[in-house]
Design a binder for this molecule. Structure first.
Ligand SMILES: [Fe+2]
Ligand SMILES: [Fe+2]
Length: 480
């Protein structure tokens, strides 16, 4: 895998971002005074939200990456910044003047620069749902800095956090610029709903679960941020061009979040394997490591709640979004079919008479499953990488992805008890036994002792092979 943390030297055409403005942007915000004023009115509310619900550990400055251009390469700049002075802004990928709607009934029309009146409420809904997840994860992760296993890891957490904050900006810009008064109201609501709030929770279930410890953070960035990557991948295909261009740039930032998850779990597994070999036991709690069986339970949990984020296997809404050209498929333009899909069919799993069988349905209604299958295949690549660490250390046990029906609350498998190997059972306790127990979580939490000296690492995780942006691993990435 590429070292995503590094920013390559600039080459190719660049559209510079204007940092002289109060809100950095590459959308010529100063050319639209009304919009600029509206967003400048939202900015202090965002900062209040960041101060109240963003990272809770006080820091002086953090070595962070900031977007400076949206060209093909060289888009990022690294520097020490006090986090509340991070330059959150509005960055859209370059416009392609020839871009068309690439799927659905409007296929071949020029891509829309304005919201088509007939799709206004659907588009607003899609943007609000995406926008709601961005600040949610910052809220879920706000106390993790307190127990960071190193300054390197703390910096990565904060990088993810500031970029999720920027993703909120990305969606709020679209709401303000294209949806008038309703859009501005939705932008306010995005700061009022809060993760886990009893009266006003975040929209999607997985974004109301607390991220309790660093192993769940790494699993979250691996599995749940990856759901985000796939959702953005479908919106990047949208016929509504500003949404497509926004998501294209967000995906660039998202790559680092995947990197944090993949390598975070990998380093945890590496340490676990070392301790297992060294002490010739699976039970490495006493030696300061997280047993592989507990890592598997965390994986089971995060994978299954992330699978729920894709919605039901069949959905008439998703068919309508596709036919309207609002939300495409993963890698839409690289698919070899008519991109209209009116007559195509596919198979979806259903449980009948206690068995999982396939049912044939119109492909258009099964696009959630299509996306989820792409996602699941991608998830498997990281597991392979983690297992390579076990193999390298000479440990026989392996990690695996549980069956798609395991622990599901949404879709065909909800209401059934499916074990990680796909067996359907009546035994709910057998399913629960494959998830982290309160005791597991408490024991993991017990290992989460802060290591806040440069170059110091907690004993449950291996140090990374490289630092950020070619700096040494021992660099003081965060200053207090
Ligand atoms: Fe995001
Ligand atoms: Fe993310």
């Amino acid at each position: 895998m590429a070292e995503i943390a590094d920013a390559p030297a600039p080459q190719g055409p660049l559209s510079r971002i204007d940092y002289t403005e109060r809100i950095p942007n590459n959308v010529n915000l100063s050319g639209d005074r009304r919009l600029q004023r509206a967003l400048e009115g939202w900015q202090p509310k965002f900062l209040d939200w960041w101060k109240t619900l963003g990272p809770s550990i006080p820091t002086h400055d953090v070595y962070l990456r900031t977007a400076i251009a949206v060209g093909r390469d060289g888009w990022a700049h690294f520097d020490r910044v006090p986090m509340e002075q991070y330059r959150w802004g509005i960055f859209l990928a370059e416009r392609d003047p020839d871009r068309q709607v690439n799927f659905g009934r409007h296929k071949g029309e020029p891509a829309w620069q304005e919201v088509p009146g007939e799709y206004r409420s659907e588009l607003r809904r899609l943007i609000v749902i995406q926008g709601d997840t961005e600040p949610a994860s910052v809220e879920q992760q706000r106390h993790l800095g307190m127990t960071a296993p190193s300054l390197y890891d703390m910096r990565n957490l904060f990088q993810v956090n500031v970029e999720e904050g920027r993703h909120l900006w990305a969606m709020v810009y679209l709401l303000h610029a294209h949806f008038g008064r309703d859009g501005r109201e939705e932008a306010e609501e995005l700061l009022k709903r809060n993760s886990g709030d009893y009266d006003s929770p975040r929209i999607l279930g997985a974004f109301n679960e607390e991220t309790t410890d660093w192993l769940s953070f790494f699993m979250f960035t691996y599995f749940t941020d990856r759901d985000g990557k796939y959702q953005l991948g479908t919106l990047k295909e949208s016929g509504f061009d500003p949404l497509a261009r926004t998501c294209q740039f967000m995906l660039k930032e998202e790559a680092h979040h995947m990197f944090v998850g993949t390598t975070g779990v990998q380093r945890t597994v590496q340490r676990t394997a070392e301790l297992m070999k060294q002490h010739d036991t699976d039970d490495i709690w006493a030696h300061g490591g997280i047993p592989l069986s507990v890592i598997q339970k965390y994986l089971n949990f995060q994978y299954s709640v992330s699978m729920d984020l894709f919605g039901s296997e069949t959905s008439s809404n998703v068919a309508a979004y596709y036919a309207a050209g609002l939300k495409g498929r993963w890698m839409e333009t690289r698919r070899d079919d008519d991109h209209v899909l009116t007559d195509a069919t596919t198979q979806v799993p259903v449980i009948r008479d206690g068995r999982i069988v396939n049912e044939t349905v119109p492909l258009l209604t099964a696009l959630n499953l299509d996306l989820r299958n792409e996602y699941a295949a991608d998830c498997a690549t990281g597991v392979k990488r983690w297992n390579a660490e076990l193999e390298k250390a000479g440990v026989d046990a392996r990690l695996y992805l549980p069956h798609e029906g395991f622990n599901r609350r949404v879709g065909a498998f909800s209401g059934h008890h499916v074990l990680p190997d796909g067996t359907i059972t009546d035994d709910a306790a057998a399913v629960a036994a494959c998830l982290p127990t309160d005791e597991d979580r408490a024991r993991v939490a017990g290992l989460m002792v802060p290591h806040h000296e440069p170059g110091d690492f907690a004993g449950w995780i291996s140090p990374p092979a490289h630092g950020i942006n070619d700096l040494p691993v021992e660099y003081d990435y965060v200053r207090f």
